[in-house]
Design a protein around this ligand. Structure first.
Ligand code: SF4
Length: 61
């Protein structure tokens, strides 16, 4: 079963990090670098988020 990260799974600001000892790993919110409203390591699953922006399925260019 994949890790349940909620909105972060589809967010362009999210970075998935592997846990050094294996397991599901965790997610980092890159928006938190510039906006203090967001947590750098959000508590999962993220169900509601003002910063969520869907990652484009097809990358252009
Ligand atoms: S903006 Fe919200 S949904 Fe996107 S990575 Fe940060 S916490 Fe997750």
């Amino acid at each position: 079963m994949p890790p349940q990260a909620g909105l972060c799974e589809t967010c362009r600001h999210a970075q998935q990090l592997k846990h050094p000892r294996g397991g599901g790993g965790y997610w980092r919110c890159l928006l938190a670098e510039t906006d203090p409203r967001f947590e750098r390591y959000p508590r999962l699953p993220v169900i509601e988020c003002a910063g969520h922006e869907r990652e484009p399925k097809e990358k252009r260019g």
